[in-house]
Design a binder for this molecule. Sequence first.
Ligand SMILES: *[C@@H]1O[C@H](CO)[C@@H](O)[C@H](O)[C@H]1NC(C)=O
Length: 275
Amino acid sequence: MFKSSLLALCFTFSVAPLLSSAALFPKDSKVKLLDAKGFSKAMKTNHTSLGAFMAPWCGHCQRLVPEYSKVATALHPMIPVYAVDCDVEANKRLCAEQGVKGFPTIKLFPRGSELGSMMYDGERAAGAIFKWTSLRIPNTVEKLSKPDDIKTWSKKNIKANRALLITSDTKIPILWKVLSNNFKGKLSLGVHRDQDGSSLKAFGLDSGSSKVLIYPSGSTKSIPYSGKTKMEPLSKFFSSIIDGTVELNIEETEGSNGGGSSVKETSHFPSKDEL
Ligand SMILES: *[C@@H]1O[C@H](CO)[C@@H](O)[C@H](O)[C@H]1NC(C)=O
């Protein structure tokens, strides 16, 4: 018998009262229930996601539900959090392919099906699952410690469209890691820790919050992004840079701090008021 609540699992030979997976997660939960088809589609995006393979009758799964829902809320909308009901006949093959031997089985898919998966074997508490996930998001964010590193970075990779995050955070924010992963090969991301706001001042920006600067392909000059530093607006904006629906204009203007610049919007460019 399993005494440890940490690794206790339900096994397929348990007696299964008729419970549906729909009953597991409340309607407002950010956990998305997937069938085998939906799962396969999700894996094709190459995005980081989390999946729990469950059975509705399993007590350990039922206890995981509120914790897992908290994780989903905390990671939303950066990292999709999925659940698969392995009790459903049509999902049984998927669950077997995923190496599910007991319920619940929590797995991280760092880049969809591209990089394989990792099995979670820690405490089934929201904080622990969240932390484990946040440390395993593949990314190519370059850490630029000194202001001089920013100059070097902006020159080194001049052909690419680049985005720099200036933040007081000591760690690379999850948002930035996820964006780096989602836009891999299309946009280069850097992060600079600005402890006292002096770097923002040097860029002629107000201190107080994180700022994103865009370095258009071919330029060592930057344009401040004026939208919200959130997943959806940033994803839209990055996509519009890549597909060319937003024009990035760098202009030299007298009297301004190192050249004024502007963004000509042709699509959903978030307005300044939203900051
Ligand atoms: C996911 O990664 C594979 C392998 O690197 C690649 O062929 C595919 O185009 C990627 N899919 C997306 C949607 O980027």
